[in-house]
Design a protein around this ligand. Structure first.
Ligand SMILES: C[C@@H]1N[C@@H](C#Cc2ccccc2)[C@H](O)[C@@H]1O
Length: 438
């Protein structure tokens, strides 16, 4: 192995109480809200084809125009308790909210820059209201923080001169000050979700990213920080130069899901997903395919079956309300979770052969129970199950209503679980009770 001062400091999973709680979440909510929501992906009658929250980078939009949007930010219909209630009904266990995106605008009254919520017509601290409202209903709060800050004159994409280095050192102090300020102001939070760390300036700041990670965790023991914060001695990110994960979970699955368990390298991980093809902040026109709630529920099941969490993004409008499709999807997912969350919360991967009908999960607290989350019922109505060696199926029944299902032993160690021909229209869960063979 390559000797590293700022590579991974832990090999294997974090197993403390905070990380075990994170591991069991299953379902989370992401919220992207900020000045970009005002434009909603359009400017001057034209539509920006990139992600709506990146509109400041569009050459058709002068930076000065974007940077003065704060004078209009006044979400009259924002109600954090309503947001928290929608999330609670949806069944999410954690929420990640943008405190500062790449544009540098702060949704909290930071004392390190005047480019913050207190200087808008709205004035009040958005982050405090969200932290308090979600914590009150038992949803853990994580703060999204973009290191890259287009508004801060000391931000640099690369360090090519002594003056770049002097400026970026100031920028790193500013960044650490803002993060420690957030820990002081919002002590209830459980972690940070870092973004905007892909440029050379940060890749050359591995030592700082390592000390920052350690400083924040010293101030707030148990804090959870994914693999997108750090760079190692050679600028490697997520995985250090020895291929070891730097962070409490792999934070690279943005709008994508691992195909197999091998793709996860046995790490904790999180998938962050948008309902439209791309775009996190509010966009007046969502281009392309809008994922259905059934597609989203299948993504959730796939993530949990591969030991990950599924985090679905919402992009509130500038007035603080959600678009109708987001409200409908939150409701549909919540209705499904009300019946089936036993197969999601505190569940993990089962190393049985993957089958076409859907996904296996197992409760981390009970190894003689396996859940089958069924999306594709075969015309035969017979669901094939191939447990690992020496595991026998004792019972099978529907989670919703306990209806017993017949189990047929096939050659070798495979089984058929026979479904009643009830033309299920929703994904459903079959419970398997197992025992170890003699
Ligand atoms: C969580 C998501 N990360 C941000 C990004 C990005 C990005 C940047 C460059 C190339 C591809 C993706 C998006 O703006 C959103 O915040």
């Amino acid at each position: 192995t390559i000797p590293l001062l700022h590579g991974a400091h832990r090999i294997g999973k974090r197993m403390d109480v905070d990380m075990n709680r994170w591991r069991g979440y299953g379902l989370g909510q992401f919220i992207h809200w900020g000045l970009y929501s005002i434009l909603g992906g359009d400017y001057n009658g034209k539509h920006y084809n990139g992600a709506a929250e990146w509109i400041r980078s569009w050459n058709q939009l002068p930076n000065a125009v974007y940077d003065s949007l704060y004078k209009q930010f006044n979400p009259k219909d924002f109600n954090a308790d309503k947001w928290a209630a929608m999330a609670k009904q949806m069944g999410v266990k954690y929420v990640t909210i943008t405190t500062k995106h790449h544009d540098g605008f702060c949704l909290w009254p930071s004392k390190y820059t005047s480019y913050n919520i207190s200087n808008t017509p709205y004035k009040k601290d958005i982050i405090k209201q969200i932290v308090d409202a979600y914590t009150k209903v038992g949803i853990d709060v994580y703060l999204y923080f973009s290191v890259m800050d287009w508004h801060n004159p000391d931000w640099r994409y690369d360090l090519k001169s002594a003056s770049d280095t002097i400026a970026f050192n100031k920028f790193k102090k500013f960044t650490q000050s803002q993060l420690e300020e957030q820990l002081r102001m919002y002590p209830q939070i459980k972690g940070f979700w870092f973004d905007g760390t892909w440029d050379n300036s940060w890749k050359k700041s591995g030592a700082f990213s390592d000390s920052l990670d350690q400083d924040l965790k010293r101030i707030h023991p148990g804090l959870i920080i994914g693999s997108r914060l750090r760079a190692d001695d050679y600028g490697k990110r997520h995985f250090d130069s020895n291929g070891r994960l730097m962070g409490d979970y792999e934070q690279g699955w943005e709008r994508t899901i691992p195909e197999t368990f091998a793709d996860t390298h046995g790490n904790d991980w999180e998938c962050d997903m948008t309902i439209p093809e791309n775009g996190w902040g509010y966009a007046k026109q969502w281009m392309g395919h809008w994922k259905t709630s059934d597609e989203l529920i299948e993504m959730l099941a796939k993530c949990v079956s591969l030991d990950g969490n599924f985090v679905l993004n919402f992009g509130p409008k500038p007035n603080g309300t959600f678009r109708q499709k987001e409200v409908a999807d939150a409701k549909a997912i919540g209705d499904w979770m009300k019946i089936n969350n036993t197969a999601i919360y505190n569940c993990a991967h089962v190393n049985w052969e993957k089958q076409d009908w859907g996904y296996f999960t197992t409760p981390t607290s009970q190894d003689d129970k396996v859940y089958m989350i069924v999306f594709n019922v075969p015309v035969s109505g017979a669901l094939r199950v191939l447990p690992t060696k020496n595991i026998l199926l004792k019972k099978a029944y529907l989670l919703d209503g306990d209806k017993q299902l017949s189990i047929e032993k096939l050659d070798g160690s495979a089984y058929f679980v026979h479904l009643p021909n009830e033309g299920q229209k929703q994904p459903f869960v079959v419970v398997l009770e197992t025992e170890k063979g003699k």
